[in-house]
Design a protein around this ligand. Sequence first.
Ligand code: NOJ
Length: 564
Amino acid sequence: MSNKQEQWWKESVVYQIYPKSYYDSNGDGIGDIKGIIAKLDYLQELGIDVIWLSPVYQSPNDDNGYDISDYEAILDDFGTMTDWDELLNHMHSRGMRLVMDLVVNHTSDEHTWFAEARKSKDNPHRDYYIWRPPFDGKEPTDWVASFGGSAWELDEETGDYYLHMFSKKQPDLNWENPELRDSIYKMMKFWLDKGIDGFRMDVINMISKKEVLSSYEDYENQRAKLKDYAFNGERVHDFLQEMNKEVLSDYDIMTVGECPKVTPHEAKLYTDEARKELNMVFQFEHMGLDKIKGKSKWDLKPLSLLDLKENLSKWQKELENTGWNSLYWNNHDQPRVVSRFGNDKEYRVESAKMLATLLHMMKGTPYIYQGEEIGMTNVKFNQIEEYKDIETLNMYKERVLEQGRDQMEIMDAIHKKSRDNARTPMQWNNSKNAGFTEGNPWISVNPNYPEINVEHSLQDPDSIFHYYKKLIDLRHTHKIIVYGGYDLLLENHPAIFAYTRTLGNERLLIVNNFYAVEAEFLLPENLPYKAAELFIANYPVDESEPISRIMLKPYESRVYKLTL
Ligand code: NOJ
């Protein structure tokens, strides 16, 4: 089946909320559900269709809610189930949809399933998790967890190790066990029957571990195998097809699977409509272009525009007829894009708009992460104590305290890549704590809030906010932006990222100067057109100016509609 079928989730723009940092309604320094309700007018003004809400479930917060101890209860910090019901009602009455985070590769070690499982080897819940005996008195293999250290933790009581791909407080679930799968499906129905509109599925391509677990023969040299086999395991498609049949297919919802290390070929397996698995995946290839290949995210290298063009175009073309793309620059795990790929100093506004245009005119469902719409930037805390993210803190401990590496160099990597760049509080206005809380924020506010905040953005008709609003509006009013075919132009141009979108006898021309110096755009000769109408631009444009040659200003973006 091709992907030509029209679907609401293809026509939507999604806004991600990281609740802990959005808006605090009760002065405890932590964002909450009532705080989100209070900001729905703002989101409606922006024009988004769907909210993806990062986890609000009960959790000891080892990984800010991605370690869930009760899937069917709301964390006290965030409010109550009644607050949540109210949020859903308010959203639905405004025509907005709600997508919840589904974290089922692992639970918290404080989940009752795990508390039961560790009681004894014959506990009925034992097999909900992955256990192995010690190898020669130590861990079963040399696997390393995503947040550092061994991926195995000894359970003193029963003498076996359990697997945790993330922190040791996030034991991995055993998807081979049909009872576990059944429990997950029941939980999913609990939320779907409450009326939610979909799931964002956390590291969903890591749930099939059969292959990786049967592939190790001894302790040493298993690391490479973990990388090769832990993602897109043998049974993952069986599991997702089963989940689709048992649960998803009964509801009109959207699904997006977070899939690290996924290639377009695999993404098509997950999202081909005929295969009945997911609607789209989050791929990570473009997020890896500014790190040294084969190294960790902290080992930085400058982004090459040619690599970015090649990569994003590959995804556009490969998923042109099968599957569907998600489009994103930001989320709660990534640094702020304007600091990362744009210019957060003299061209903050221009470059944020350019990056937005580049992404939002592509084919796929766009995701906006809170604060992106006002051009929020990375933060530079000088003290490691100001950082809260477990991944950042573990890396610092390992590299600086244990390996004695240069502290300045590591702090520089943290400033550029820490997940806390995305997690500083949303900047609402220029009052204390950026208007995020009346109390002490759980993480410090970015000191640039007096300049960068929602109130300013709403007042200034030329703001990044109003530009995003217009991009969203264009997508809602022109099917070509949703369904048109994509073609890259000027493949080897070192500074310009230009492409077209084509549907019937309409074509869009999208031109972006990726850098702070002027660049000359020459329209390729094989692009004839009768008339050109300017759709959006991030500088004033003389509309009578011919488009065959354009001198683009720093970070200039323009979108024209061409009549063929
Ligand atoms: C991916 C989530 O986006 C991230 O925040 C989390 O730490 C890991 N999965 C583990 O759940």
